[in-house]
Design a protein around this ligand. Structure first.
Ligand code: NI
Length: 185
């Protein structure tokens, strides 16, 4: 089932999400719906707060980036209760977008290497290292469960210039090719 994606301006996107237990009701179905929703919107990542659930869960499928970075071929993963335990290296910039902030892309600086600990969809504890674009996609989604958006990383002057466009998104005055839930419409 495709779920509506919560738009910029909704308070749920600014909240720190809560950890979940293994017996979280209908978790398999929720994850399946999140994949369906992400693919329908042509995204490479989706975090639970973006579909209205303030829980520490996100999914990624960065396969569309594999033309530029072959290592991302089939890079599809579910992250439950993740913790980024290390982030290192010299920050690099990349033009990021977000399904909750349609039509806006901005350069965001992030560190290139991470170590992350999380539970997979079968609740097995995993520790892995990622770098480059894979790390980038994870960092963006991880921010969502911490209540942080990519627009929080851009400088105040640039953000000021985006203010009216962001306001229009929260009011639903924006054309989007997928289902959204607008906080102020
Ligand atoms: Ni996003």
């Amino acid at each position: 089932m495709i779920l509506p994606i919560v738009a910029y301006g909704d308070v749920i996107l600014k909240k720190e999400a809560k950890e979940i237990e293994k017996d979280y009701p209908n978790l398999d179905k929720l994850i399946e719906n999140m994949y369906e929703t992400m693919y329908a919107a042509e995204g490479v990542g989706l975090a639970a707060p973006q579909i209205g659930k303030s829980i520490r869960l996100f999914i990624v499928d960065a396969d569309p980036f594999s033309e530029d970075e072959p290592a991302l071929k089939g890079f599809k993963k579910t992250f439950i209760n993740p913790i980024i335990i290390e982030e290192e290296g010299k920050e690099w910039g990349f033009n990021e977008g977000c399904l909750s902030i349609p039509g806006i892309r901005e350069n965001v600086n992030r560190k290139p290497k991470i170590v992350i600990e999380y539970y997979d969809e079968n609740f097995n504890l995993v520790e892995e290292e990622y770098e480059g674009l894979a790390a980038r996609v994870i960092q963006h989604e991880y921010d969502h469960i911490e209540g942080v958006l990519f627009t929080d990383h851009i400088n105040p002057l640039k953000k000021q210039l985006l203010k009216s466009r962001l306001n229009n998104i929260s009011k639903g005055n924006v054309k989007v090719p997928y289902r959204m839930k607008f906080p102020k419409s």
